[in-house]
Design a protein around this ligand. Structure first.
Ligand SMILES: [Mg+2]
Length: 152
């Protein structure tokens, strides 16, 4: 049974875009459905973790907004980071899942018995994930994952 859900941020929680205004200010978008899904999984007793290659103020916002159980930013080796968390917590790989959208996620997607990729990513990424979702990046990916895990 899944006890912890690990998520990439860019291209999973967000649509993988950076929105830039004429002053050069960068912003990203998150769907309320996905925010709700994170908290629904938390209420169901699941632990939530984010593992991202980015390390910026948006990451800090995510950390504050969701107060996840695990948060790894600026991560260059996502598989290594997850293995370390498994060691520290005693969780088995069969008790966790991960969703990612890019080449940097492939090793981790392949390693876990349950892993997800959004519908609009390269075929090589989809092939490394155990489940290809119906949802595109940033358009309810986490909602679909929550439905899958909470079996609704
Ligand atoms: Mg990504």
């Amino acid at each position: 049974m899944i006890q912890a859900v690990f998520l990439d941020i860019d291209g999973v929680l967000t649509d993988g875009s950076v929105y830039v205004d004429s002053s050069g200010n960068e912003t990203k978008r998150i769907l309320f459905d996905d925010i709700d899904a994170v908290f629904e999984m938390k209420r169901a007793g699941l632990k939530i973790g984010f593992i991202t290659g980015e390390d910026n103020s948006f990451c800090e916002f995510i950390k504050k907004r969701f107060t996840p159980d695990f948060f790894v930013a600026g991560c260059k080796d996502k598989l290594g980071a997850l293995k370390k968390i498994l060691e520290e917590t005693g969780l088995e790989k069969s008790q966790v899942c991960y969703a990612g959208d890019s080449k940097r996620d492939v090793q981790l997607l392949e390693f876990l018995p349950l892993s997800f990729a959004p519908s609009d990513v390269d075929n090589s990424i989809k092939a490394s994930a155990k489940i290809s979702l119906k949802t595109q990046r940033g358009h309810g990916v986490i909602k679909e994952i929550a439905m899958h895990i909470l079996k609704k």
